[in-house]
Write a protein that binds this ligand. Structure first.
Ligand SMILES: CC(C)(COP(=O)(O)OP(=O)(O)OC[C@H]1O[C@@H](n2cnc3c(N)ncnc32)[C@H](O)[C@@H]1OP(=O)(O)O)[C@@H](O)C(=O)NCCC(=O)NCCS
Length: 160
């Protein structure tokens, strides 16, 4: 595991959009086509109902975006649309920090539950979400443009 000296959580700015879009392409959407391009991420950063969160890390003296997440907030429900951590920084608690921050925000916003879709073959993400109380409520064959199935997972905030 890489030696992390600092990890700070902050809100994304529009100038982060390109880095986040490339992280989404490489770590989340690989093999599916690239949907979350810089313009779409930029829209999310600017949208009032969405929080795009960044984990800034200092690694070997260099500051970089180690991970990020995006959550849409509705009246009763929040949707986690993106979450990724750089491969060399995984298993150092960055994903947990981003998710914890978003859970707290969803609670304060009065949401009752959080929903997400995860690629059916993504065992690591599955185990990660299950650790934080998410449960599979549906299997969605062909969800990703007919190329891959998804699991629909939810977390009830009342129970977490
Ligand atoms: C899923 C992901 C965000 C997890 O981020 P992370 O920073 O590595 O997670 P954390 O270090 O906070 O892990 C917290 C706990 O989750 C579980 N977990 C995380 N990764 C896991 C894995 N590969 N296998 C099993 N359990 C895992 C563990 O219980 C872990 O605690 P531990 O390290 O003390 O055992 C990261 O693997 C990732 O970016 N994957 C690629 C993108 C992706 O799949 N995103 C989610 C779908 S949108």
């Amino acid at each position: 595991m890489a030696q992390l000296t600092t990890c700070e959580i902050r809100l994304a700015r529009t100038r982060d959009a390109s880095v986040l879009a490339h992280m989404s392409r490489d770590y989340i959407e690989h093999g599916l086509g690239w949907r979350w391009r810089p313009l779409l991420i930029r829209e999310k950063i600017l949208a009032a109902e969405t929080v795009v969160l960044i984990a800034d890390v200092v690694l070997a003296g260099e500051r970089l975006i180690g991970g990020f997440a995006a959550m849409d907030f509705g009246q009763d429900q929040a949707i986690l649309s993106l979450l990724a951590v750089r491969p060399n920084l995984r298993r150092s608690g960055i994903g947990a920090r981003l998710l914890g921050w978003l859970h707290e925000t969803a609670r304060v916003a009065g949401c009752f539950d959080i929903e997400l879709q995860v690629r059916a073959g993504n065992t690591a993400a599955h185990e990660f979400y299950e650790k934080f109380g998410y449960r599979v409520v549906a299997h969605l064959p062909g969800y990703y443009s007919g190329k891959e199935a998804a699991y629909h997972m939810t977390l009830s905030l009342a129970k977490s």
